[in-house]
Design a binder for this molecule. Sequence first.
Ligand code: ZN
Length: 82
Amino acid sequence: MTCSDFLKELTDYLDESMDAQTRAELEDHLQWCHNCYVVCNTTKMTIEIYRDSHLYELPDELRGRLRSAIMSKCKGHEGPCT
Ligand SMILES: [Zn+2]
């Protein structure tokens, strides 16, 4: 799994709406990729804050915004994401 694969699946991973196989692959990626680990934690916190103060379902609009924020963050650092 590459970093862009990881980022594509990240919101589903955090939403817990993914199958065990893909989840295991993502967790494996997190073991060795510090960049994605940081992005994952940051995104998870954002979602938790959102859930605490609003609804339990992430609207598509927020998912889209999160995803593009993640993607631009990924492009901003030097690493395997390019
Ligand atoms: Zn990665």
